[in-house]
Design a protein around this ligand. Sequence first.
Ligand SMILES: Nc1ncnc2c1ncn2[C@@H]1O[C@H](COP(=O)(O)OP(=O)(O)OP(=O)(O)O)[C@@H](O)[C@H]1O
Ligand SMILES: [Mg+2]
Length: 356
Amino acid sequence: MNTINEKLPSDESKRSKGSIPGEPLSTGPLGIDIGTANIVVAQKRGEREITRVQLNAFYTLSYSRMTEIALLNEGGMFVKANGKLHALGYQAENFANIVGGELKRPIAGGILNAKEEDTTFIIKGLLDKLISNAPVENMKICFSVPGEPIDSAASIFYHEAIIKKYLEQKGYQAESVNEGLAVVLSELAANNYTGIGISLGGGMCNVCFAYLAVPVVSYSIRKGGDYIDAMSAEAVGETPGKVRIVKELQLNLAKAPVDKIQTGLHIYYEQLFGILAKSLQTQLGSTDRIPLLRKGIPLVLSGGAAAPPGAVEKFKQALDAIRLPVSISDIILAKQPLLTTARGALQNILSVESGK
Ligand SMILES: Nc1ncnc2c1ncn2[C@@H]1O[C@H](COP(=O)(O)OP(=O)(O)OP(=O)(O)O)[C@@H](O)[C@H]1O
Ligand SMILES: [Mg+2]
């Protein structure tokens, strides 16, 4: 039986519109997005779609029985592993803010972080807080996986197998969906699931060109919001943490930057969008599988790093500088960029069940 200790901090709703605190999600099919920065769960309950966001992070405390009891009394989110206590999610962020020290992540650049020894316990602990064991045997869950990176030797194979195993241990029938395809499934129903879905996340950019919901080209680049933070911080002599806060709260890519941090962010957004546009040209240009299209196709930007105002216009400028073998009719921002992948993963189950 799953014990529920979760207490989400009061500021969560500000960060993640659409998420609600409460019990682990259970009844009804589930979509889950286990990303570098966030874990998002989406569930259909009757006519309602419920989403939940947690920070995919942990903070390691040296073990003391007192701390463990205090955390238990608080209903805290934590796991105990190898003689250590790991605070999880937003609770980990609270510890890092109050005590200082490093907030760590079980996933790096979109893929399970082999450098952290307790990754297994952390991911399992976070999943246990977010979703209950399957209430009926073989209830369906769809989880997103990155496309194979084109800029690193890492493979997603192990990452996908481990997450599938955890979800099956919780009693689910688990299947995966490519993250870029999930963006198409979430946002492009009106275009018969044909178009390009891009998720600009914390650790990666995921791209999928889909034709009638079938992925034709999909891949990832292991650079995202974290890269923009780190490179801008390095360039202007600030910490990545401070740069991230400016990026999330103040940055407007449609307006001229007003200080050195914003200048750094503009420059590295432009660089990343340039890399992304070039990769589209190379990847789409090197396949002979592009179907004959009678009209232009839409391109959707999603993921947290697509959230700053002006991101769509900036990306358009990068696309204007290259040539693609397909014509793009529109560049659209996803309705809720942080939630798109999980909603697309859920849609992957719902559309199969309803035959749509
Ligand atoms: N309002 C915002 N403005 C700018 N950036 C934001 C905003 N909200 C979140 N971000 C950034 O978005 C990134 C996280 O996005 P997201 O949750 O989509 O990534 P993820 O799915 O966890 O990671 P990945 O898909 O790369 O594994 C972080 O870099 C974060 O700083
Ligand atoms: Mg993501």
